[in-house]
Ligand binder design. Structure first.
Ligand code: SF4
Ligand code: ZN
Length: 310
C-alpha cells in the first residue's frame, strides 16, 4: 500500500476515496476535507468568534487541532456531565490538550453550575440519559456562546454520526429533524450559528488523525450509551459501507444536495413561532423551554455517582 501523494509507505487507506496515505499526507487530506466542508457550506467567516464543543474524545479534539492547523482561532468549552469516572477522565484529556497548546478551555459543570447531572436527570425524568444529555448540550453550548459573544459553535459530528442520524430520521420519517439536519444551522434570534466541519471525515479517520498528531483522547465509550439507537444505526451502516465503500457519504451528501430542501420549510415555520422562555430567556415554542423544564424536574433528584442504564 503506497501513499497516493508521495508513493512512500502508506499507513491508512480510505476506501471511499480509493486512496491510501502516509502519515503526513493523511494529515493534509484531513485538513483539506475540513477546509472543503467549511468553504462549501460557508461555515466560518474571518470575523467570527468560534467556540468548539470539546468532549475529550477523538472528534472534538481532532476538530480543535484542525482549526489550529487551518489558522482558525477557536476556544473550547467542556461540559461536565457528571457521569462518574468517565466525565473525570474526559475533562483530563480536554485540559491537557488545551494546556499543552496554550489554548483557552472554558468549563461548565452540570452538577455545580446547573444543579443536576445526566444520571440524576435521567432518573428524575425516567427517560434515556442521552435525551437529557443532548438537550443539555444544545442548550448550554448555545447559552454559553451567546453570553460570551461567540458567534459560532462548532461540534465534532463526523460523517458516521451524521449518516447514522440521517438513517434514524429516515426510518421514522421524522420530517422536523430531517429539516434541521444540515452541516450549518444559521444564527437566528437567540441562537448562535452551529457548524459541523468534520462531516467529510469518518470516525476511523478522526481516530487515526489523533494518533498521528499525538493527541491523547478518551477512548472509553460513555457508560450511559447502552441502548443508544444511534450506535445500532452506525453498525448497520458500517456493514453496508464494508460491502460498498462510499455508500455512507453518498447517502449523507445526496440528502444534503437533493433531499434536504424538501424538509426545510417546516423548520422556518417553527422558528417564526418562538418566543423567550419565561425562566431563562431562550427561544421556545411554549412558555418554559425544554431545558428549564428538565432542570426543574431534575432538581428533585439527589445527585450521586453514575448508575449506567441498559
Ligand atoms: Fe451523553 Fe448519551 Fe453521549 Fe453519554 S452516550 S455522552 S449520555 S449523549
Ligand atoms: Zn428556559
Amino acid at each position: 500500500m503506497k501513499c497516493r501523494v508521495c508513493r512512500g509507505p502508506a499507513i491508512i487507506d480510505v476506501r471511499r476515496h480509493n486512496a491510501a496515505f502516509c502519515g503526513d499526507h493523511f494529515v493534509v487530506h484531513c485538513r483539506e476535507q475540513v477546509q472543503r466542508a467549511i468553504h462549501s457550506h460557508r461555515m466560518i467567516e474571518p470575523e467570527d468568534r468560534v467556540l468548539v464543543a470539546v468532549s475529550g474524545g477523538k472528534d472534538s479534539l481532532a476538530l480543535w487541532d484542525l482549526f489550529s492547523e487551518l489558522g482558525i482561532a477557536a476556544d473550547g468549552l467542556f461540559l461536565g456531565l457528571g457521569i462518574g469516572d468517565y466525565s473525570g477522565a474526559s475533562v483530563g484529556f480536554a485540559r491537557s490538550y488545551a494546556r499543552d497548546r496554550g489554548l483557552v478551555l472554558h468549563e461548565v459543570d452540570l452538577a455545580v453550575d446547573v444543579g443536576f447531572t445526566i444520571p440524576s436527570a435521567a432518573e428524575a425524568t425516567r427517560r434515556a440519559p442521552c435525551s437529557a444529555c443532548g438537550l443539555s448540550k444544545r442548550h448550554l453550548f448555545n447559552a454559553f456562546a451567546l453570553d460570551h459573544e461567540y458567534t459560532v459553535v462548532a461540534t465534532g459530528h463526523n460523517l458516521d454520526d451524521e449518516a447514522a442520524v440521517l438513517l434514524g430520521n429516515v426510518l421514522r420519517w421524522d420530517v422536523e429533524y430531517l429539516g434541521r439536519q444540515q452541516p450549518v444551522l444559521p444564527a437566528t434570534e437567540g441562537f448562535a450559528r452551529k457548524v459541523k466541519p468534520l462531516i467529510r471525515l469518518g470516525e476511523r479517520e478522526t481516530a487515526a488523525y489523533c494518533v498521528i498528531r499525538g493527541i491523547d483522547y478518551q477512548v472509553e465509550e460513555c457508560p450511559m450509551a447502552g441502548g443508544n439507537r444511534h450506535l445500532g444505526y452506525k453498525e448497520i451502516l458500517n456493514e453496508v459501507e464494508a460491502r460498498s465503500p462510499g455508500t455512507k457519504a453518498a447517502f449523507l451528501f445526496g440528502f444534503l444536495d437533493r433531499g434536504h430542501e424538501r424538509f426545510s420549510e417546516r423548520v422556518e415555520v417553527e422558528r417564526d413561532d418562538l418566543h423567550a422562555c419565561t425562566v431563562c430567556g431562550a427561544p421556545t415554542p411554549g412558555d418554559v423551554c425544554a431545558f428549564c423544564r428538565l432542570r426543574e424536574r431534575a432538581a428533585s433528584e439527589p445527585i450521586d455517582v453514575a448508575r449506567p442504564r441498559g
